[in-house]
Design a protein around this ligand. Structure first.
Ligand code: ADP
Ligand code: MG
Length: 288
């Protein structure tokens, strides 16, 4: 089956920032977490996919279709949730819904009402008077009410409490039960993805560091803790980043097997979290 989302050699520059040859793809049936520190280029890529920004170079295909030539069809089949509010603040929830619904050929009012109820959304309240969590839920209700095959979400959980975040993760889990669908989910709150993502694409300073099945990351990278005198030049070259403290060091290293052999019995080897991986790769481990 064709990838549900395919980005190839995508380039875009804004003067002092550039996306360089960004490539990754998402197969149907999976959730891809898109991680990277603030300013890495996540929102820019999402805007490029949705043709809200013009690319300099590269190819983007959604459902196997070119994202510019087939923009209308693609948007009809995508549900999106953004961190920023893109609705008319002065309208009520149900007025806004009446404006949005006709844009979608598969709009299903029954499903929308189901989510309004499930999320306890007040139909008569103005958008501007909704809390941040309610706005996200309204976006999500819209995204889920037109039979979308791909959900694209830009930091949907930022600023939300853990209960709402868990509810969202549960809904995404249900959504993906249908193996023809996909979820592309950007966040810098990586703990959400430890739970649900199948694939992780990591971007740093406009470049893709890796895009791979989450489980493979645990084979590839290891968190090493030990005493500082172990860190000779030979050992150091296996590290992506090292943080030293009074008691010793903690570092993220390549090649778990090799580390285990070389440092047998002299260190503690742990499974890194996605946050560890992100922080060490982006050189921000000193802020841990
Ligand atoms: P992220 O979503 O990963 O936090 P963004 O994609 O929003 O990162 O931003 C990446 C970089 O591009 C930042 O340095 C940001 O300032 C810059 N940028 C984003 N949009 C524009 C724009 N329209 N004009 C100029 N610079 C931009
Ligand atoms: Mg962003």
């Amino acid at each position: 089956m064709a990838p549900i989302l395919e980005v190839k050699n995508l380039c875009k520059s804004f003067g002092d920032f550039a996306l360089e040859e960004v490539s990754f793809s998402l197969e149907p049936g999976y959730i891809m977490g898109f991680i990277g520190p603030n300013g890495a280029g996540k929102s820019t890529i999402i805007k490029l996919i949705l043709n809200l920004l013009r690319k300099d170079r590269g190819d983007i295909k959604v459902f196997g279709l070119d994202h510019v030539k087939n923009e209308q069809e693609i948007k009809n089949r995508i549900g999106f949730v953004f961190d920023e509010n893109y609705y008319y603040e002065e309208l009520t929830v149900s007025e806004m819904k009446r404006i949005i619904a006709p844009f979608y050929s598969n709009w299903n009012d029954k499903i929308f009402k189901h989510y309004m109820k499930k999320f306890s959304l007040p139909p008569k309240r103005k958008i501007k008077d909704l809390s941040k969590g309610m706005k996200m839920k309204f976006s999500l209700a819209v995204a889920l009410s037109h039979n979308a095959e791909l959900l694209i979400m830009d930091e949907p959980t930022s600023g939300l409490d853990p209960i709402i975040r868990d509810e969202l993760l549960e809904i995404l889990g249900e959504f993906i039960q249908d193996e023809n669908k996909g979820v592309f989910f950007s966040t810098h709150i990586t703990s959400d993805l430890d739970k649900i993502a199948d694939y992780i694409t990591f971007i740093n300073e406009g470049k893709i560091v890796f895009s791979s099945p989450k489980e493979e990351l645990w084979d590839r990278y290891v968190l090493v803790k030990g005493e500082k005198d172990l860190l000779d030049a030979d050992i150091k070259k296996y590290f992506i980043g090292i943080r030293e403290n009074r008691f010793g060091f903690t570092g993220l290293a390549f090649d778990k097997e090799n580390m285990a052999r070389k440092l047998k019995g002299r260190t503690v080897l742990e499974k890194p979290t996605l946050e560890d991986i992100m922080l060490y790769f982006s050189g921000r481990e000193e802020n841990v």
